[in-house]
Structure formats: C-alpha cells, structure tokens
Design a protein. Structure first.
Length: 382
C-alpha cells in the first residue's frame, strides 16, 4: 500500500510551519471551479478547506440558481448567474463565462472539478501559464443520463479524449476510475475518496423505523425500488433527502402505490444539516443501478455517511461499494432487486457490529484521506 505521509496514529501530518508561512505571505491563489451552486457539495468544500489549511488563497467558483441558499465559507466564493441552467447552452455559457473569469483573475493554480469545467480551465491554464489540477468525480461520459443519448455522449467522450492525455496532475474518487483512465489515456490519477471528517455522534430517538436515501434524484438511483418496497414495509417511513429532475415522477409513483404518506421528500439541504437526517434514520439505502461504467465504479459519499452514523445499510452490488462492505464487514449487499426481497432484507437487518464500524470510521475519514491531496498539491506551489 502506498504511504501518503503517515506511518502510524501518532505521526503528525502537518507540513513545516515555515512552508505555510511562506505560502501565506506570497498569497498563492488557487481558483476552484464547479458547475453546481456550492450549497450541498461536501467534497469540494472539504477540498477547499484542506487547500486553505496548506496556506493557499482559495477562491471557489460555481453558479447561483433560482432559490439557491446563501453560502458562508472561510474562503472566498463567487457564483455566476446564468441565462441557461440546463442543456447544451448551459455548458457553453458556463464555460465561456468561466474562461473569461479565469483569464482576468490572478492565480497560480487552477482546480477543475469534473469534465464540464475542464475545457475552460485547460485553455486558461495554457494562456496564463498556470498549473492545472483535475478532480474527476465520476466517469462523466458514462453517466446514466447519457446512455440513451449517443450524440451527446460522443461529444463528452471526444472532449475527454482530447483533454485528459494532456493533463499532468489529476485525482479521482476511487481506484476503479483511476485504473480506467490509466488504461484509456495513460493518465496517472491519485485516489482521494469522498469520506467525511470524524465527528461526534448525534443521538436521536430511533423508535420509529426510518429509511433514508440521500443524494441526487436522477435516473439510476434505485428510488423507484425503494418506494415500491414500502408496500411491504407498512411500519417504515422513508426520508428522501436531495433534489433533481426525477422528483415529480417519484411523487406520482408514491401516490400510485399508496405509500405517499410514508415518504417525506426533504429536498436539498446544506451538508451541515444533512447529518441530522442521517442520525435519525434506522436503515440507509444505497440502491444505484449499474447503468454505465460511471455507476458500476461509483463510490457514493452517502456510503461513508452511513458508516460514520453507525447506520445499518443495504447497498447495490457495485465494484467499489462491495469492496468497502467486504473489507470492513459493514452493511449488506442487496440480495435481489425486487420490492419483496428488499423489504424482507431490510426487516432482517441485524444489529451492527460497533467494533467493525469504529474501525471503518478510523480508516475512512478525511483526516487521513486529505494527505493524498496534500502530497499532490504542496510540490506544485511555487
């Protein structure tokens, strides 16, 4: 196993104080860009905090949507209001606006999150001679939303084929994606998993049986299966925490199945509030379908949120998810993707092994994971 700067529990991960002081005085700026509105993006926020701890002057750029909540960060943020918020014109407008923003903002490093921000960052880095770092959250062209749209998918594939072989500094969320890009483009990527910080447990009265799904409400998330299983789980409630384009269809399905009174559609919440909902649940759901390699290789952050909340969970048999379940002995893999079987499995979930959960929490935490990011970024600081 590669050593990323820590050899034991008592080894300090801090870089020399003189380096942090030097970086602070020089005001080395890194501009981080992402296409979302920043409110609920846990990964990007953790990354920005780590960059700030290294001593960098962080500016996070995203977009402002209608109804977007205000964000308060210890680093600087900027959100663009766009004319288009979906479809091809959104991506074109966003990247044009982002390119001009980057072109006239002083910076030394650029951090591009996902393929939909990479083109503008790449061109700006060449013109400004700045260092470009790429964070791939998923196999973008393999997202479920693109599997039945071959023309759109080909555009993203061609963009990826053009840009990725030219990159020098990159990391991603799991080993499967890193191996894919190494084989496909010869791009060596570090792995920085989207794990949470260790935190104090929030105690809640869990007398009511509550299932929880947290994350985007998009195709392939398995929420239809979760709703249909409630027909056989009369004494359970389901919390769906998140937003997306499939919300109306799910509400209609709940009405058709007669389980709408058992479901609470919470909507999107800031990540600071998310753990309150996770803590009050009794079973976590991770039911993503393997629709394309993006989901086959997926390692959703809700998996780690469930583990850190001492929460029993049922999870799809995905490569990276299965690896965590088997290695640490936490949670269960879904035995069969039908409502009757899932309901039976949920009812039969046993009490968790706290020692195994504690071990997983100690290993799968941002305090350790961020070391990979630090080892990648620090040598790039001029």
């Amino acid at each position: 196993m590669k050593n990323h700067g820590f050899k034991g529990k008592n080894t300090s991960w801090h870089y020399p104080l003189y380096l942090c002081i030097f970086v602070h005085k020089m005001r080395v700026r890194i501009i981080v860009s992402v296409t979302n509105d920043l409110v609920s993006d846990q990964r990007v926020h953790k990354v920005c905090n780590t960059l700030q701890e290294i001593g960098l002057d962080v500016l996070l750029v995203g977009r402002r949507l209608k109804g977007s909540e205000e964000v308060q960060r210890t680093y600087e943020t900027f959100r663009m209001k766009l004319l288009f918020n979906s479809g091809p014109f959104f991506y074109i407008e966003f990247n044009l606006r982002l390119f001009w923003f980057l072109l006239f903002k002083k910076h030394t490093l650029l951090l591009s999150n996902d393929l939909d921000t990479l083109l503008s960052n790449f061109i700006a880095s060449k013109l400004k001679r700045s260092v470009l770092i790429y964070d791939s959250h998923e196999l973008f062209p393999e997202a479920p939303e693109l599997q039945n749209r071959p023309f759109v998918k080909s555009i993203w594939e061609n963009l990826e084929r053009f840009l990725l072989p030219k990159l020098k500094h990159a990391y991603t969320v799991c080993r499967s994606i890193a191996d894919h890009y190494l084989k496909q483009y010869g791009l060596k990527m570090e792995v920085v998993r989207n794990v949470p910080f260790r935190k104090m447990k929030i105690e809640h009265d869990k007398k009511q049986k509550t299932l929880i799904y947290q994350g985007a409400i998009n195709p392939g998330r398995g929420l239809e299966l979760a709703i249909e299983s409630l027909v056989y789980l009369n004494d359970y409630k389901l919390l769906i925490v998140g937003g997306g384009h499939g919300l109306d269809e799910l509400k209609k399905l709940a009405e058709v199945k007669g389980v709408d009174q058992q479901i609470e559609f919470v909507g999107r919440v800031p990540y600071e509030e998310l753990e309150k909902y996770t803590a009050q649940a009794s079973v976590g759901l991770l039911l993503e379908e393997p629709l394309g390699k993006s989901f086959e290789y997926a390692l959703p952050n809700k998996l780690f949120d469930y583990i850190h909340a001492d929460l029993p969970f049922v999870a799809s048999d995905l490569i990276e998810v299965n690896r965590i379940v088997e290695e640490y002995g936490v949670g269960e893999i879904v035995k069969a993707r039908n409502p009757v079987s899932l309901a039976k499995q949920i009812k039969n979930l046993t009490v968790i092994n706290l020692e195994k959960y504690k071990k997983a929490q100690n290993q799968l935490c941002w305090e350790k994971e961020q070391m990979v990011l630090r080892d990648l970024i620090v040598p790039l600081i001029k």
